[in-house]
Write a protein that binds this ligand. Structure first.
Ligand code: F6R
Length: 364
């Protein structure tokens, strides 16, 4: 049942305020994360963690990339992240005290499951962040944290991703306690989380504006997505969404890499999308962006502080609400989902069932 929406994907984008809420609200107790929700053995296992290895595919891999910024940046937990299909086929060095975290909407992705099975006897323990109760990854992992997104029907992952991010943030907090994360900081982040559903609501409210913007993409064959820090994986996720459902070639780069090559591609036929929440980053990006607009390139900037970045010839600025820094990657994902959705609708593709793709990749 599409609940009155034209596509499951749009319905699932609109479900994100409630879905992200379901991903955290039962897990908070007295302003802190209740670590028992990870499983009976959780405390004992977390006490022994020395580093983390995250494994996933596709959109779930992008969630893992963001988690790495959080694990290392917020809590000083050494963290590696790799796509499952690479990790499982190369000789790997697994250090003592490694917590193996798999991230998967379906819990059945063949490469992710194989990676876990291969390392079982070399790791401290396994934790899966998963949306499907009783799935293979949940059954075969020592600990699990369900994302509580509810069934996701659209092949392009939307609410599964934002709820994975919430679950990974909770995971960062409980393991971070054993590293450099203070209780004060944890309270601050838990507090910020309470604002997440309404911030996502506010991004969804930009839908009409984004739909209008999508017209600039419908006739294009290529596009670039830029972001820095945790917004770099968000740019990757935005590019993946556009590729999957609109079949427009989209590439994501860390903003600082633009001048190291891809700038050469930019002209009037190559729209550039940037997610640029804060001033510090905006200043650096602006210099890059000016070079692009000088080549007739069209820029679409999702910006947090619009005061020194104005729409001009070839530069389109969409102002985002004020967002606590920790929540930026979650909230900035939403307008990119809407953008790819509207581009695909304009192009008349099969949004919920893109060609060549399956919802659950249970074979290699
Ligand atoms: C993209 C998408 C895929 C999946 C990937 C992993 O929109 O849905 O890239 O993210 O196939 O699937 P799960 O998360 O089920 O392991």
């Amino acid at each position: 049942d599409k609940g009155g929406f034209k596509h499951y994907m749009l319905k699932e984008i609109y479900e994100q305020p409630a879905a992200t809420q379901a991903a955290f609200h039962d897990r908070i107790q007295d302003g802190l994360v209740n670590e028992n929700v990870f499983g009976e053995q959780a405390a004992k296992i977390f006490d022994q963690v020395k580093q983390i290895q995250i494994i996933a595919c596709g959109t779930s891999y992008h969630a893992g990339m963001i988690a790495k910024y959080w694990m290392e940046g917020l809590a000083g937990i050494p963290c590696h992240v790799e796509v499952a299909s690479e990790y499982r086929y190369r000789p790997v060095v697994i250090q003592q005290g490694t917590l193996f975290i798999s991230i998967s909407q379906s819990g059945e992705t063949a490469d992710t499951l194989a990676a876990l099975r291969d390392v079982q006897d070399q790791i401290l323990a396994s934790l899966t962040i998963c949306n499907v109760p009783g799935s293979s990854l949940v059954r075969e992992s020592d600990l699990h944290l369900m994302t509580n997104a509810g069934p996701e029907i659209g092949v392009a992952s939307t609410k599964a991703f934002t709820t994975q991010l919430v679950a990974l943030l909770l995971t960062t907090l409980v393991i971070g306690r054993r590293f450099s994360l203070t209780q004060e900081k944890e309270r601050e982040i838990v507090n910020a989380l309470q604002q997440l559903p309404s911030l996502i609501e506010q991004s969804i409210a930009m839908d009409a504006e984004i739909e209008e913007m999508s017209q600039a993409f419908a006739e294009k064959h290529h596009s670039l997505f830029l972001g820095r820090g945790t917004l770099y994986p968000v740019a990757m996720e935005g590019a993946l969404k556009l590729k999957e459902i609109s079949y427009i070639h989209a590439e994501a780069y860390p903003a600082g890499e633009l001048k190291h090559g891809p700038l050469a591609l930019v002209d009037k036929d190559m729209p550039v999308v940037t997610v640029a929440p804060r001033n510090d980053m905006l200043d650096k990006l602006k210099a890059n962006l000016q070079e692009v607009s000088a080549r007739g390139g069209e820029l679409f900037v999702f910006a947090g502080c619009t005061q020194n970045l104005q729409s001009a010839e070839g530069v389109h600025v969409l102002g985002m609400p004020e967002i606590p820094e920790i929540l930026e990657p979650i909230v900035y994902t939403v307008p990119l989902q809407l953008l790819s959705y509207h581009v695909a609708v304009l192009k008349g593709t099969d949004v919920d069932q893109p060609r060549n793709l399956a919802k659950s990749v249970t074979v290699e």
